[in-house]
Design a protein around this ligand. Structure first.
Ligand SMILES: Cc1cc2nc3c(=O)[nH]c(=O)nc-3n(C[C@H](O)[C@H](O)[C@H](O)COP(=O)(O)OP(=O)(O)OC[C@H]3O[C@@H](n4cnc5c(N)ncnc54)[C@H](O)[C@@H]3O)c2cc1C
Length: 553
């Protein structure tokens, strides 16, 4: 299914000059034009394989950065010499040629807010090296974005401060442009005489609209490419259509893993200097944003690539071995906790998988389970949003059976009804639900197992499936550090309207949508321990036998 209301960027099938400039393409067997150059790389590939580093060693934070650098350096000296897989790149504009007198190539960063391990930035550097021009990175910051609050903005901005410094050390200028991209990027491109733009990939409506608008407003001689740096298998490559579920996308992903799960080359110190850089005025950035400052930063998740890699190391060392057995137990520490850094693109999922896979020998089941979550489920979420753009966050995006069953039960009596405000304050009759809500509000991340229970109860306790979905999306996006993510839209849609799931035994309110209950949670983990940890209580009015609550006006 193709998105219907949002115009998809046009993808050119034939390789054009901006793509032809890629020396080689691993997989284009029939493209004779590329064969000549490919020979060069066959020679490269026949060089002795890089010495394998000791498996499963644990590293301190400086070691992690150094060891990642060493791994990249073993791939090649720079991306100019790299066998860049052209399937990672889509040409979006009608223009193809980079003008000879351009002054720079730009990487337009949005979803992948990191320097290294970033295929889009690498591709931009490759273009700039070929043209022998400076490389710039620009980030367009809207003053607000969906339900994001200061919590997510601060995490992002602090990460970007580190990006600016790292880029400066590589002779690459960073431009923080304040405003929505469609309003500011085209003028920037004209004033800086940018010859071509490499954008990263997101399947969400608003940034896709920005991208389309930017392409429309750019001078016609500025080509725009997109590189999916967020997924291991680029979204359009993993599958060309809306997938039914994990069962159908899993083999497609695993079949392509060998091709795409490769070590990254390094982003190198850029040899062509641009204009003297103007450092970002971060105070002005703080004054510019218009977000809810009542939702504050959390102290457990330090922003930035280095902190994200440290979290990855602590996961590999301390928690990975328990991932397969304990990940559904909210009282245990079995999860990676990586979602904030994945969401902001501060670390690459590909880097995480390359590292986690080194532990196959000792934690095979956990490694496989982690790959299932971080690759298959996550890429499935991108697939859902990309190919169902109009309705990825509405009941209309559900399968017909799910819409019908929810409709059949729309008039069912709800035993409890709560307003959004009551739910936001954790004022339900259910201490486990309240504890989960407190975890979300106070820590900015609810345990993955409870997220499902939490959203399903919102369906049960609100007037309609539409209202339940809206409230769950609102609360998730407002408080979760990893909010406004395809995973969140799909998580809420799975819970409330059964996407990627099957029909279950019919019951009130839920119809055939999978049901979860308190007793089921008690069988899985010590509910009391979790409730005590968050000091949750039940709302007084709801104590005693189940009764219908009046919604507060
Ligand atoms: C109602 C609901 C809302 C959710 N909202 C979000 C959200 O806003 N942002 C978000 O990133 N995830 C969301 N998820 C998916 C999942 O719960 C989180 O990704 C996970 O809890 C993040 O914690 P972690 O990094 O410790 O995960 P781990 O269990 O350690 O997993 C590692 C990574 O795998 C991916 N992953 C794990 N579970 C899923 C899943 N079910 N679907 C897709 N990818 C998955 C994530 O990228 C995660 O970081 C939601 C799920 C539900 C049911």
């Amino acid at each position: 299914m193709r998105p219907s209301t949002q115009k998809q960027p046009q993808v050119k099938k034939e390789p054009c000059r901006v793509l032809d400039d890629v020396d080689v393409d691993v997989d284009v067997e029939t493209d004779q034009k590329l064969v000549f150059n490919e020979k060069r790389f066959i020679l490269m590939a026949s060089q002795p394989p890089a010495k394998r580093r000791k498996e499963e060693s644990s590293e301190n934070s400086d070691d992690i950065l150094a060891s990642c650098m060493a791994k990249r350096a073993q791939v090649c000296a720079s991306v100019a010499d790299f066998k860049f897989n052209k399937k990672r790149v889509r040409l979006l504009s009608s223009s193809t040629d980079i003008s000879d007198d351009c002054k720079a190539i730009a990487y337009w960063m949005w979803r992948d807010q990191r320097v290294q391990d970033n295929w889009a930035l690498l591709y931009a550097q490759r273009m700039a090296l070929k043209q022998e021009v400076p490389l710039v990175v620009c980030f367009c910051l809207p003053s607000k974005y969906l339900h994001s609050t200061f919590r997510q903005y601060s995490f992002m901005i602090k990460g970007l401060q580190q990006v600016e410094k790292e880029l400066a050390s590589l002779n690459i200028n960073f431009h923080m442009l304040l405003g929505e991209p469609n309003m500011i990027l085209p003028d920037f491109v004209k004033s800086e005489n940018i010859g071509g733009i490499i954008a990263d990939f997101t399947p969400l409506r608003k940034p896709i609209k920005w991208l389309n608008d930017v392409i429309d407003k750019l001078p016609k001689n500025v080509p725009v490419c997109q590189v999916d740096s967020h997924n291991i298998i680029p979204c359009w490559q993993a599958s060309p259509k809306l997938e039914y579920g994990a069962r159908t996308i899993r083999p497609k992903i695993h079949n392509q893993m060998r091709e795409f799960l490769t070590e990254f080359p390094p982003v190198i110190k850029h040899p062509h200097a641009g204009k003297a850089s103007i450092k970002t005025d971060w105070k002005a950035v703080d004054e510019f944003i218009e977000v809810d400052r009542n939702v504050q930063e959390v102290n457990w998740a330090e922003p930035g690539t280095k902190a994200g890699l440290e979290m990855l190391e602590s996961f590999c060392k301390d928690r990975l071995k328990f991932f397969a057995t304990d990940r559904n137990n909210p009282t245990k520490k079995g999860l990676s906790d990586l979602s904030p850094w994945f969401h902001a693109g501060q670390i690459s999922v590909q880097r995480a998988i390359l590292r986690v896979r080194e532990f196959r020998g000792s934690s095979k089941d956990s490694v496989e389970t982690f790959i299932e979550e971080a690759v298959v489920r996550r890429e499935l979420a991108d697939n859902f949003c990309f190919y169902n753009q109009e309705h990825y966050d509405s009941i209309k995006g559900a399968k017909d059976w799910a819409q019908k069953t929810l409709n059949d039960h729309a008039a069912d009596k709800r035993e409890y009804l709560y307003t959004r405000e009551q739910l936001e304050k954790g004022q339900s009759h259910d201490d486990l639900w309240n504890a989960a809500q407190l975890q979300l509000v106070n820590e900015g991340k609810m345990h993955g197992f409870l997220r499902m229970y939490w959203a399903k109860k919102i369906l049960e306790w609100t007037e309609s499936a539409e209202e339940g979905l809206e409230i769950s999306l609102y609360l998730n996006d407002k408080y979760s550090l990893d909010g406004t993510d395809p995973n969140g839209y799909v998580g809420c849609m799975w819970s409330v309207c059964g996407i990627h799931d099957q029909g279950w035994a019919e019951r009130p309110v839920f119809g055939k949508i999978r049901y979860m209950n308190y007793n089921g949670c008690k069988r899985k983990f010590d509910v009391g321990e979790f409730v005590r940890k968050y000091g949750a209580t039940t709302s007084k009015e709801a104590d005693g036998p189940a009764k219908k609550r009046k919604k507060a006006k």
